[in-house]
Design a binder for this molecule. Structure first.
Ligand SMILES: [Zn+2]
Length: 384
């Protein structure tokens, strides 16, 4: 639950808009004090404003999706930077430039992000459809969800040589979407958790129509190696909603909802872990102090149970009774891991086994003493 003043329903603001925004800003600063985890390192949140440049996204009557996405993303980044301590926000674009779908998850992986949030607006033929929905990576359960993913992936077709770059993936062919089932999404639980928090904020605090948390195969979510979500903030094809999405107030409310969901997610992460969880501040692929036994060029899978910027003595008492904990030093952060496996599936089984005591545990891959994005590790294994 969020402390402070409950924000008004954004859908009803009009002449009271300015007053509400003032109250709202005050409530934000109240929320900010003393809520975020005390940390030495930094959380890294990557915000991805969908489309941009030559790709306008869904067209509305008075606006283009790419511009709405960018405005909300810039405002969300500002709220997060101002109100969550020790956070670094990286935007995949901060102007109207073209960024390939291939590049967006890479930016998140390179920055060793803790969260990836892609911001979009929806578009359909029917003008009456409205509401907000948040997606996580997965197989679409119905045609409607699949179509949303197809539309968002379509920009791939604008790229030269897309078939090679995207490994034969054709955004317009439903059969292509089967690739998303080939690798298990290890961050699904965390992604759903974040998505639920975003939907709660969008509907309960901001008053948007709730279309729920959904799954579909989005390229940008497929390639990230951290909890990742894609928000469809509303329908640009619904005239009322389009106006809202283009209004400064509407964008403020949507952006602040994203900020509050991130804050709640990070707060909970700190509380649930047995030891004090610290965010990462290290660049990706940092060297580790632990020498992984499996020799050169081999990939080892381990289950990360906690991370901290200060060293924790390795004894069962400090890790809820777990006896096989090892420390990996990645620059400024100590990661604590359990188990060491050649096969991903064995590591995934081990994660499942300790899930009850470490609900936020996840599988990491190490190669040559460096942490490798999981997706990449699985691919390299497959190619062998
Ligand atoms: Zn979009």
């Amino acid at each position: 639950m969020s402390p402070g003043i409950k924000n008004g329903k954004a859908g009803t603001i009009n002449i009271y808009g300015i007053i509400l925004i003032l109250i709202f800003n005050v409530s934000l600063s109240i929320i900010a004090s003393g809520s975020s985890p005390k940390t030495n390192g930094k959380w890294v949140i990557v915000i991805d404003p969908g489309h941009g440049g030559r790709d306008s996204g869904a067209p509305g009557l008075i606006s283009k999706e790419k511009d709405i996405n960018l405005s909300i993303a810039l405002k969300a980044a500002k709220y997060i930077r101002e109100n969550i301590k020790d956070v670094s926000v990286v935007l995949t674009r901060d102007d109207d430039s073209t960024v390939d779908l291939l590049e967006r998850p890479k930016i998140a992986n390179r920055n060793n992000a803790d969260l990836f949030i892609s911001i979009h607006a929806n578009g359909v033929k029917s003008k009456s459809v409205m509401g907000a929905e948040t997606y996580v990576m997965g197989l679409a359960v119905n045609e409607e969800n699949l179509e949303v993913a197809m539309k968002e992936n379509e920009v791939i077709l604008l790229e030269d040589d897309y078939s090679t770059k995207y490994e034969g993936f054709d955004p317009k062919s439903p059969e292509s979407y089967i690739i998303f089932t080939l690798t298990q999404n290890v961050y699904q639980k965390q992604s759903i958790d974040l998505a639920s928090k975003i939907q709660t904020q969008l509907t309960e605090s901001v008053g948007r129509k709730d279309r729920g948390v959904k799954q579909a195969g989005f390229w940008v979510l497929y390639r990230t190696s951290m909890p990742s979500v894609l928000i469809e903030t509303g329908f640009i094809t619904n005239p009322t909603e389009e106006k809202y999405l283009n209004s400064a107030d509407g964008q403020d409310y949507l952006a602040s909802a994203i900020f509050r969901a991130c804050r709640d997610y990070l707060d909970e992460l700190s509380l649930r872990s047995g030891i004090k969880v610290e965010p990462s501040s290290t660049p990706s692929a940092s060297s580790t102090s632990k020498s992984v036994s499996s020799g050169q060029n081999n990939i080892t899978f381990m289950v990360q149970i906690a991370a901290a910027t200060t060293k924790t003595e390795i004894k069962p008492d400090n890790f809820k009774g777990l006896t096989d904990v090892e420390e990996i030093n990645t620059g400024e952060r100590y990661r604590y891991v359990s188990g060491s496996f050649d096969d991903y599936s064995d590591a995934a089984r081990h994660r499942k086994k300790i899930e009850a005591i470490f609900p936020d545990a996840f599988v990491i891959a190490l190669k040559d003493n460096k942490i490798l994005p999981l997706q990449q590790a699985l691919e390299q294994k497959r190619k062998k």
